[in-house]
Every structure is written in C-alpha cells, then in structure tokens.
Ligand binder design. Structure first.
Ligand code: AMP
Length: 463
C-alpha cells in the first residue's frame, strides 16, 4: 500500500514526499482511513511505530478542508505526558502541514504562563499540550476549548501513571460536545481499558506489537555484571563502537548524573537529561544529540519518553527499569519506523528477578553477552543455577533473628608449605632429593661407667 491509496489530500501528500516516507507504517496503514471516516480509535502502538503521522495526517487533512474564518479557536487537541514530546509532535505537525494555512502551538508546564496566555489569544487550529498546564489555563479562562472536535491522548498510559487523571477530567469537561477521540498507549493495562470505556465510542481497535514480524526487530541482550563494573562496561561498549549513538537509561537522576560524569571523564561526548535540568537545557541536550554533536545521552525514564531520534540503533539500560511499561518505552527509542535496533541490558545480581519478569511478560529471551573481564563470575552464576543457589545460600546470615547458621570458612593461616605466595613452593621432588640426616645411635654405657656416673651425681646432690 502507498499513501495515495489512503485518500489523503494533495497538500499532505506533497509534505510526505519531502519527508521521504516511501510507504505507510503498519499503524498508519491501519488507522488513517478510519480517522478520515470520523471513527474513534484505540491503538496499542509503541513510540517509533510512526503513530504521530498516523494521527496527524488525517487530522490536518480534515481541518484543512474546513478553514472558514481568519481567527480560529483550537479544533484539535493533542494531550501528551511531557514537554519534550509536545515540542516534538508540534514540530512534526508543522512539517506535515507545511502546504496548508493551519496553525499549531504548544502549551506545557515549567515555563512562564504569560507568553502562553499571549499565544492562546492568536489563531490555533491544533493545540499540543501537557494536561497539568492546560488545566491551569482552563481554570484561569485563558483558553477556549469549546470548538474541539478531535482529541488525541498520546502515551495515555504514561499520563495516567504520572497522575494526570484529574487534570484530564477538567479538560474533557471544557468541550462543548464529545470529540472524535484517539487513544494511544504503548501498553494495555487495566487503567487504559477503563479510560477507553469512558471516552471512546465504538472505537476501531488496533494493536501494533513491536515484536511482530513485518514491523521491525529489536535485538535485546543482557550482560550479567557486578554493579561496580557497570560504568566501565558502558564506557567500553560505547567507546569501541564510536560511530554509533547511544541513549543510556537510568532509573534515577542521581545515577544519570553519576554515569554522565564518568563518561565525560572517559573522554566521551555526552549530555544528560533528567528532571533537575531546566526545559531549555533539556532541549539543548536533545538537539545536540539529534545533530550528532554528542555520542551519548544519559537519561531518566520520564524525560526520555517519546523522544524521537531518527536512526538510533542502540540504547543501554544501565539498570533494569521498575516496570515492564518503562522497559517498553525505553526500547521504543530504538528500532524506529521499521528499522532494527539494539537494547543492551546491564543486570546486577539484585536485578535478575526484574529482568526475568520482563522476559516472561514480553515472551522474549534476552541474548546473554559476555566481555572478558566484565562480570565473568556473574555469567558463570547465571549459567549454572546450582552455583546461584549455592551463592545465595552462603549469603544467609546466622544470628539474633534465628537464621539458620551457615559455617563461614575462616582463612587458614598460611605457612611456607601451604600457599603463602611469598614463600618458597613446596616441592616434593626437592624434598625427596634432600640428604636424610641419619639418627646417631645411642651410646651404650657399660656397667662400670654407669656406676662411676651415678657416684659423681649423688656426691654433687649431697653437697
Ligand atoms: P513516531 O512513532 O511517530 O514517533 O515516529 C517515529 C519516526 O518514524 C519519526 O522519525 C518519523 O519521522 C518516522 N516515520 C513516520 N512515518 C514514517 C514512514 N511512513 N516512513 C518512514 N519513516 C516514518
């Protein structure tokens, strides 16, 4: 199938020709025509599947056909969890709508209200916003959403996880009538199902599974490694593959900063992306990475969600994420738009359980990688469950709380013979060759001498 067969207008097709998209991705093929037919849509589609274009192209198409007044209130609203994603989606919309008169704008938190209030006074056809800040504008009556006829919830699972449900309710209340709604999520949990039941009407449902054949493949591998060796392994892996760019994911901003500093010291060009950085600095980091000025971006989960870096082939999970959803979002940064990707997981002993849960839930088996000198003991442990059990057993501590006592072997004192490295080696052959000292035979004393000795002894004693 090609884009022409999807009945898109010539303005949109002209924009796509510039983007050099040869054919629609599976999600585009599945939903563009449904959206053009005004259907609600529920799509389980990971980022990287081309979903931005999948919802933006038909929205642009429909809005462009109804350009009546010069001043227009927002008619399409796209809600996203993070400001980075808002900026990115807005940039894509501007690209796809280049041959139209449509106007798009972003609204997100972490920046001043005033410039946004001014922005909201101008014509906006498509508004891309984070729920928290948009709800604030609604409460202060800075924005009129009465004309919204199309609503997109992008990365809805993340928005719910971030606790935006109240703000979302405020936003839904501000529409005059129920809009055509599209619900996108990387995963299909209970909360997403419930949200879908509430806001969708006879929706067209589609599930684009990243692991499906025909989309694209992400090679998922694992290094079992000791925690304190992770920094050097990351630096080594990236350093030896210097032509590739990497996003390194960490669970906390503290670890992100630590890894970032280590990699800078190793001489790698990198930047970090986490909640302690201002929006400006985060945008600069993303831009530098996109422009290939830096090789590595060390990022926490939330800040890196939805970020689209074309052609990114590698991500490294410095630690295993807290949830399977986070894992899916992380690996979604690579293998985008039909390309293959690689997700490398660094797993220390305390993370093995979480890694196994991910494998089980996603029905995958990560390929075990080894690098000489890195975590070799750990690999042996994983390969042999018996060793794992033995090692775990040894960790039991005896004592006050009634744990089973485990004998701890104390270090034996070494002697020259049994192993002191400084000592001479015990050489059996040498010992065999050594001259054996013969025992001196005891002198036999005759009775006369004995009597003489006895006499002198008693004389001394008697003095
Ligand atoms: P998304 O999942 O919307 O974040 O898109 C991921 C990447 O795929 C973006 O870099 C898009 O520019 C790119 N993309 C979207 N649709 C297509 C297509 N049909 N062919 C090639 N690349 C695409």
């Amino acid at each position: 199938m090609n884009f022409k067969e999807l009945n898109l207008s010539k303005e949109v097709l002209a924009a796509l020709a510039v983007c050099d998209y040869k054919k629609p991705t599976p999600i585009q093929e599945a939903i563009i025509s449904q959206i053009l037919k005004n259907k609600d849509v529920q799509a389980i589609a990971p980022t990287g599947s081309g979903k931005t274009a999948a919802f933006s192209l038909p929205i642009i198409d429909k809005l462009n056909k109804n350009l009546t007044d010069d001043f227009r209130l927002p008619r399409a609203l796209i809600l996203v969890p993070t400001r980075e994603l808002a900026v990115q989606i807005d940039a894509s919309i501007k690209k796809y709508a280049i041959h139209t008169e449509l106007k798009s704008a972003t609204i997100f938190g972490g920046t001043k209200m005033e410039p946004q209030v001014n922005k909201l006074k101008k014509t906006i056809d498509i508004l891309v916003a984070t729920p928290g800040r948009l709800a604030e504008h609604i409460k202060e009556k800075n924005v009129n959403l009465a004309h919204i006829n199309t609503l997109v919830l992008d990365e809805a699972d993340t928005m719910l996880e971030m606790g935006f449900s109240e703000e979302m309710a405020v936003i839904f209340d501000s529409f005059d009538k129920k809009p055509q709604t599209m619900l996108f999520s990387a995963t299909l949990g209970e909360s997403i199902k419930k949200l879908g039941e509430k806001i969708l009407e006879s929706a067209y449902c589609v599930n684009i599974d990243k692991t499906q054949k025909g989309t694209h493949k992400i090679e998922q591998s694992v290094y079992y490694i000791n925690k304190d060796e992770k920094n050097s392994l990351v630096s080594y892996l990236i350093g030896k593959n210097y032509q590739q760019q990497y996003i390194v994911f960490t669970r906390t901003k503290h670890t992100a900063e630590e890894v970032f500093n280590y990699l800078v010291e190793s001489g790698l060009k990198c930047d970090s992306l986490h909640g302690d950085k201002t929006h400006g600095k985060r945008q600069v980091a993303i831009k530098r990475f996109r422009d290939k000025e830096i090789q590595v971006l060390v990022a926490t989960d939330i800040t890196a969600r939805g970020i689209d870096i074309k052609g990114l082939e590698y991500i490294i999970n410095y630690d295993i994420p807290n949830s399977v959803d986070d894992y899916i979002h992380r690996i979604g940064r690579t293998g985008r738009a039909g390309m293959d990707g690689n997700a490398i997981n660094l797993v220390s002993s305390s993370e093995i359980y979480s890694q196994k849960v991910i494998e089980r839930k996603l029905h995958i088996k990560m390929k075990v990688l080894e690098e000489t000198s890195f975590g070799k003991d750990m690999v042996d442990v994983i390969k042999s469950p018996k060793i794992l059990v033995r090692k775990e057993a040894k960790r039991e501590v005896s004592g006050a709380f009634g744990h089973k006592k485990v004998k701890v072997k104390t270090k034996k004192k070494t002697t020259k013979r049994d192993g002191d490295p400084k000592a001479e080696k015990f050489d059996k052959k040498k010992v065999a060759k050594a001259p054996v000292k013969e025992k001196k035979p005891k002198k036999k004393i005759d009775s006369a001498t004995f009597a003489k000795k006895k006499k002198s002894y008693t004389s001394i004693k008697g003095r």
